[in-house]
Design a protein around this ligand. Structure first.
Ligand code: SF4
Ligand code: MSK
Length: 651
């Protein structure tokens, strides 16, 4: 089926990114369907689904709530059904992030036991800091002994325990106390997911308020536990990111090198591919086949992982995955878990691209399965690269079409990197950031994150919202596909401060040498945003809890259940979150009101739904100024000029 979204001026462009629009024309000409075609074919989308009032939890249903049928067969009303549906999304999102974390803990354990010799402890300092935080002995012990205990400790955080989860203590004390009071402090990650699946089963929890609070509890197991563990272990094994330059967009694909795309989320294999792509023997082999070299680049969050640590280029974000193959220049696309479209197998069949699936839990029909064995990680990576080199000869040069767009980015802003940039190497501190917020030079800090979605012109809302915020002197933190969208238009460079930031934010960025938009990593690295907010709070002068801070979160183009979990853990952490389109709860006035109004009186955070990025920026600024007023940092103290007599009196 041909796409009917082309660059025909009578029709809307699918993206604000010219490279994406250019490739959609190529897809159209080649009669290959894209995500936008399939989206159009699904229209009109089911209103019962979008309003959250369709239930198929038991087989007396499916039931749909209408003005005529206000109750499901069992008697469940719109409130119960919408709340239960939301909880199941939170459970799925939490499971996805946390299983990613578990995989990394398994790799850490393997390294500690002397297996998986291709991996090592890249950041022993981070290992020691994490061990000390969780009271694991470090004195007179080897890194591997410490890593072994830390891996065991992290593994226990997945199962049920009588106490709240140990990693929750990374949150400010007042927040922890509130979670205890509200009875939403989770224990194990797995048990939290299981509890939600149980509570939403037919005939269990029917009180929509109680259900929603249960959802927040599970989401906290995602943000403050599973994702936090994933980020920590990635840093220990692969290195804590530091600012690094690279490029982003389809133009990073090479006309004359072997192109290998890594796509998905888990960094274990992509780390090895990044290292193996520099192997002299493989480079010689590539040259023997007529290629000028080996180019490993990424899509989605695997891309963010290898960008943050190796400066590997990024081909694109979620909606660009099919288009990358359509350049005709990709020898192998290596996929693992999450955000991998099943359509890739079909698209790759139209080109010479080999699609290789590497996760033991995820397979695609039509993809070759090469399950990754971390125990022989380097060897596995070399096999994949050799496969790509062999496939280079099959590339049909007449079908190669690589858009020219690629933009410079600076990424790698872990909290540790921000500490050092702000406070210098010897005096790491968030003080300069807090001072800038208190003085009003930076009005607040906002995390703009999440996916792209064919419901919204791709990248448009991420870019517009981010530009609006930095123009209004707000520092923006980013992760995931949102960071890639903003990277494509140059917002992740220090130069963006001069071109796009408000005067006072620009001064701060220039003084410190940072972009006005800081790329903090992949989806699980939203835990870095929670940690950044906590660091600001602990630095002092901006209140006692996360809900006191002039901060907010936004996901203008989100689509994944993981984003649902993320939004909820931010709200449960006391943070205002603006989503570009609503959660599927519109069919229940009560659930909608609880999430968008009443929640502020419970956790201090709440949701808002706002598709217009300028209006979303207005809402965020209103919230930030409200918080600044409450902190009394908007009160300008009169500058008094003293004469000589008054000075003497003062002395
Ligand atoms: Fe219908 Fe109730 Fe079964 Fe849901 S749980 S499908 S509302 S009968
Ligand atoms: S990859 S979850 S589309 S941000 Fe993490 Fe992008 Fe969303 Fe996937």
């Amino acid at each position: 089926m041909a796409t009917n979204l082309t660059n025909d001026s009578a029709k809307p462009l699918v993206s604000t990114d010219p490279a994406t629009n250019e490739m959609v024309v190529i897809a159209n000409d080649a009669n290959i369907s894209t995500v936008w075609d399939r989206f159009n074919a699904q229209k009109p989308q089911c209103k019962f689904g979008t309003e959250g009032v369709c239930c198929k939890i038991c087989h007396m249903g499916p039931c749909r709530i209408t003005p005529k049928a206000k109750l499901g067969v069992c008697g469940a009303d719109a409130d119960t059904i919408a709340a239960r549906n939301l909880l199941r999304e939170i459970a799925a999102g939490t499971a996805a992030h946390s299983d990613h974390g578990r995989m990394l803990v398994r790799t850490l354990k393997m390294v500690a036991q002397g297996k998986g010799s291709d991996y090592e402890i890249k950041d022993p300092k981070r290992l020691h800091e994490a061990a000390e935080l969780f009271e694991i002995a470090t004195a007179n012990r080897t890194d591997l002994e410490i890593a072994n205990d830390l891996a065991d400790f992290f593994m226990t955080q997945f199962s049920w325990s009588e106490k709240p989860n140990a990693t929750l203590k990374l949150a400010p004390e007042k927040r922890q106390a509130l979670w205890e009071k509200l009875e939403i402090a989770p224990s194990g990650i797995d048990s939290s997911v299981v509890e939600l699946m149980h509570r939403t089963n037919i005939g269990v929890d029917h009180n929509y308020r109680h259900l929603i609070m249960g959802g927040l509890k599970c989401s906290l197991a995602d943000g403050w536990v599973g994702s936090t563990i994933a980020t920590t272990v990635s840093d220990i094994l692969f290195g804590t990111p530091k600012p690094i330059r690279s490029r982003v967009n389809l133009g990073v694909l090479s006309e004359d090198k072997v192109n290998i795309i890594v796509h998905g989320h888990e960094p274990t294999l992509s780390e090895m591919l990044a290292v193996a792509s520099l192997d002299e023997d493989l480079l010689t082999y590539a040259r023997s086949k007529g290629a000028a070299g080996i180019n490993v680049a990424g899509i989605c969050c695997t891309a963010n992982e290898v960008l943050m640590r190796h400066g590997m280029p990024i081909v694109g974000n979620f909606l660009q995955q099919e288009l990358a193959i359509m350049t005709g220049a990709v020898e192998v696309m290596v996929v693992d878990v999450q955000c991998v479209m099943p359509s890739l197998a079909h698209v790759s069949k139209c080109f010479h691209t080999e699609l290789v699936s590497t996760s033991e839990i995820a397979q695609s029909m039509g993809a070759e399965q090469m399950t990754f064995d971390a125990d022989a990680g380097y060897e596995h990576a070399c096999r994949l690269i050799r496969k790509a080199i062999d496939n280079f000869e099959r590339r049909d040069k007449s079908r190669v079409h690589i858009p020219k767009e690629s933009m410079e980015v600076v990424a790698g802003f872990s909290n540790e990197a921000i500490y050092h940039m702000l406070g210098g190497h010897f005096r790491k501190s968030f003080r300069p950031l807090n001072d800038a917020i208190i003085s009003g030079r930076i009005r607040g800090v906002v995390g703009v994150v999440g996916c792209t979605n064919p419901k919204i012109q791709s990248d448009s809302a991420h870019v517009k919202l981010t530009e609006e915020l930095i123009k209004r002197n707000v520092l923006v933190l980013q992760t995931g596909c949102s960071a890639i969208a903003c990277g494509k238009v140059g917002l992740l460079t220090p130069e963006a401060a001069m071109l796009k930031a408000g005067d006072s934010l620009r001064e701060v960025c220039e003084a410190v040498g940072i972009p006005p938009v800081l790329h903090m990593g992949s989806c699980v690295d939203n835990s870095r945003i929670l940690a950044a907010a906590t660091n600001v709070l602990l630095e002092g002068g901006l209140g006692e809890d996360l809900s006191d801070l002039p901060v907010a979160g936004a996901a203008p183009e989100w689509m994944s259940e993981k984003a649902v979990a993320i939004g909820n853990y931010f709200v449960a952490s006391g943070i205002f979150v603006v989503l570009g389109h609503p959660l599927y709860v519109g069919g229940s006035e009560n659930v909608n009101r609880l999430l968008t109004e009443e929640m502020e009186g419970i956790t201090g955070g709440k949701f808002a739904w706002e598709p217009d990025p300028v209006k979303a920026a207005d809402l965020i600024m209103e919230h930030i100024e409200k918080k600044r007023d409450a902190l009394r940092i908007n009160v300008k103290t009169e500058r008094k000029l003293f004469d000589m007599k008054e000075r003497r009196e003062l002395q």
